[in-house]
Ligand binder design. Structure first.
Ligand SMILES: NC(=O)c1ccc[n+]([C@@H]2O[C@H](COP(=O)([O-])OP(=O)(O)OC[C@H]3O[C@@H](n4cnc5c(N)ncnc54)[C@H](OP(=O)(O)O)[C@@H]3O)[C@@H](O)[C@H]2O)c1
Length: 244
């Protein structure tokens, strides 16, 4: 038996239009799953490989999760769901998260929408005895001075993972999470495209390289597979040793 064969399985990756979510989506597709993804833009053609988007073979739909009504209205293209990955995330730089508008916006995307999406698909996941995987961040485990909303939302995501893990175990749904360290995506360009900041960041990572979406996908495949059948409510830190 190949526990990492997802043939016949249906996955949905919210935030699968680029970066980490996109890498996770393509990893499930490569192992036989049918994979739907969502992002903020109108159509798949609005994304480019240069920004970390590889939408070939994925079923793309627009969904802005900062709008709770849009989540309610989102009509999936599938009738059963085995794996739900919530990889949506936003950050506001230049002290925008110290303004209440910015703080609320980030909490809505990074935390409130996790609960809204998880709840929307609870029945489908229960029917398939499926897995829910929440992407938080190593930011949940230390202060991030300029980003109070990002930090609070990601800390909340770890708590939500733990709590839904317990609450939904009885429904046969395994809820777990991934806390990435520093991964090269369009979200982290402010650091990775600046040679001095990049050098400083690499210095702090014991593996001396940035994470890749494929590194994160390895953890997601494991958490959705029977290889992790006795793990619930946990968030795996996947950071090359950054927060050690
Ligand atoms: N990169 C890192 O170092 C790092 C570290 C720790 C945690 N994370 C987390 O990993 C997740 C993925 O981020 P990433 O680094 O891969 O960045 P990314 O490439 O910018 O991906 C973010 C994803 O979230 C989607 N998204 C953002 N706002 C949304 C909204 N309002 N409605 C629906 N979708 C929305 C984006 O859609 P569009 O493509 O349409 O913008 C995209 O698919 C996030 O939760 C992030 O916080 C990243």
């Amino acid at each position: 038996m190949n526990e990492l064969d997802f043939s016949g399985k249906q996955a949905l990756v919210v935030g699968g239009s680029s970066g980490i979510g996109n890498g996770i989506a393509q990893a499930f597709r490569a192992r036989g799953a049918r994979v739907a993804v969502c992002g903020t833009r109108a159509k798949a053609g609005d994304y480019s490989a240069e920004e970390g988007s590889h939408l070939e073979g994925l079923d793309y739909a627009q969904l802005d999760v900062s709008n709770p009504q849009a989540i309610d209205k989102y009509a999936p293209s599938f009738a059963k769901l085995d794996v739900l990955v919530l990889a949506q995330g936003a950050v506001i730089y230049r002290r925008g998260e110290f303004e209440m508008d910015g703080f609320r916006k980030v909490l809505e995307v990074n935390l409130m929408s996790l609960m809204a999406c998880a709840t929307k698909f609870h029945a489908m996941l229960a029917a398939s005895k499926g897995s829910l995987i929440i992407v938080s961040s190593t930011a949940a485990y230390h202060s991030t001075k300029g980003n109070p909303a990002y930090n609070a939302s990601k800390t909340g995501a770890v708590g939500l993972t733990r709590t839904l893990g317990e609450a939904w175990a009885g429904n046969g749904i395994r809820v777990n999470g991934i806390a990435p360290g520093l991964v090269d995506t369009k979200m982290t360009k402010a650091t990775t495209a600046n040679p001095k900041r990049l050098e400083g960041a690499l210095e702090r990572i014991p593996l001396k390289r940035l994470g890749t979406p494929a590194d994160m996908a390895g953890a997601a495949l494991f958490l959705a597979s029977p290889l992790s059948s006795y793990i619930i409510g946990q968030t795996l830190v996947v950071d090359g040793g950054l927060i050690l």
